[in-house]
Design a protein around this ligand. Structure first.
Ligand SMILES: Cc1cc2nc3c(=O)[nH]c(=O)nc-3n(C[C@H](O)[C@H](O)[C@H](O)COP(=O)(O)OP(=O)(O)OC[C@H]3O[C@@H](n4cnc5c(N)ncnc54)[C@H](O)[C@@H]3O)c2cc1C
Length: 303
């Protein structure tokens, strides 16, 4: 506890907002998750670097999150510190020649709007993905035929030894819902995207069309973490789950969406344990009835 108090003081000295015993249900799109010992918003790259060093040197567990839209946080919460990039780390800047530099904490939706205002095309696919730039790079987020891999030039991060590193896109090991960051322990601070000049009206029309498709197909009226499973080769997870008659199937407050079987929704008071049991039930049923193994896309955190 002394170490956590010292971390809290160090964070406050840097002007970071620090919350104690903060319910993670307030910070996840699933609206699920027990308390984090400390929930810190790091307002600059320097603050983030110092906090990460402090945690490493004092053996304090840390978890860096973005918008919490692809995670299932344990009902027991998260020990140590949850650190979220904010302030300067959420800024978006045009660099000229179609390039945009974004802090890891910037919301993808804001980046898409910035691109629209700058008459730059290429990020329309991401409009409606409710994540941050850091989370989107980590996950190589994608939709409607586009993915982060198509537009990213480079990512800056703090490596596991505390060193600031920038890698070009080719070295980020980006593939379907995967990046180097799931194995290298790096904390993303910034990404540069390269887009093409285009007419604003066309960009806006594409963004509106894709947002409309999301509203039609996805259960946006319920808390969720988006698609729970990765797309297995040769099939769609949602279609397999629907074929197995699991639409509407529930365990506690966790329910397979009636609207899109690839989503588990929090239909009211769901716990992480409800979701985990439902995930297992879906995996078992789909495997027995179709032979497909479904791998989770959402990341389980804490506990
Ligand atoms: C309604 C809905 C629709 C969705 N639609 C899509 C979609 O179309 N396509 C798609 O790909 N996803 C979709 N998602 C999932 C999710 O929005 C994306 O994966 C998003 O990119 C996650 O970003 P985040 O900031 O919320 O990440 P988080 O959920 O906060 O984190 C995800 C992972 O990234 C890590 N991480 C976050 N920030 C950093 C950082 N700065 N440095 C290192 N690691 C970091 C976390 O530790 C965690 O392991 C959807 C989710 C919802 C709820």
């Amino acid at each position: 506890m002394d170490k956590l108090n010292a971390l809290r003081r160090a964070a406050e000295n840097f002007g970071c907002e620090v919350l104690e015993n903060e319910s993670m249900a307030k910070h996840t799109s699933f609206k699920i998750g027990g308390p984090a010992d400390l929930f810190i918003t790091a307002g600059s790259g320097q603050a983030l670097g110092v906090l990460l060093d402090f945690c490493r040197n004092n053996e304090i567990q840390y978890t860096v999150l973005g918008n919490g839209s692809n995670v299932l946080v344990s009902d027991d919460g998260i020990r140590g510190a949850v650190i979220v990039p904010g302030g300067e780390l959420a800024e978006i800047r045009g660099l000229g020649e179609g390039k945009i530099k974004c802090g890891a904490g910037a919301k993808l939706i804001s980046v898409c709007r910035f691109a629209l205002e700058s008459e730059l095309s290429g990020l329309e696919f991401a409009y409606g993905i409710p994540g941050s730039v850091g989370g989107a790079v980590f996950m190589n987020a994608g939709a409607y035929g586009g993915e982060i891999k198509d537009v990213i030039v480079s990512a800056a991060f703090i490596d596991k030894d505390g060193k600031a590193v920038t890698l070009p896109a080719e070295e980020l090991d980006l593939s379907y819902r995967h990046s180097i960051f799931s194995t290298n322990g790096g904390i993303i601070t910034e990404a540069v995207f390269s887009l093409q000049k285009a007419e604003k009206a066309g960009i806006k029309a594409k963004m509106d069309e894709l947002m409309g498709r999301r509203r039609d197909k996805q259960p946006l009226e319920y808390p969720s973490a988006g698609s729970v499973f990765k797309r297995p080769e040769g099939a769609f997870a949602g279609t397999l789950i629907e074929q197995c008659g699991l639409k509407g199937y529930n365990i506690g407050g966790a329910m397979v969406s009636q609207k899109h079987a690839g989503f588990i929704v929090n239909a009211g008071g769901a716990t992480a344990n409800d979701v985990l049991r439902l995930v297992e039930h879906i995996q078992k049923t789909v495997f027995e009835q179709t032979g497909y193994s479904l791998e989770c896309e959402i990341r389980k955190i804490g506990g």
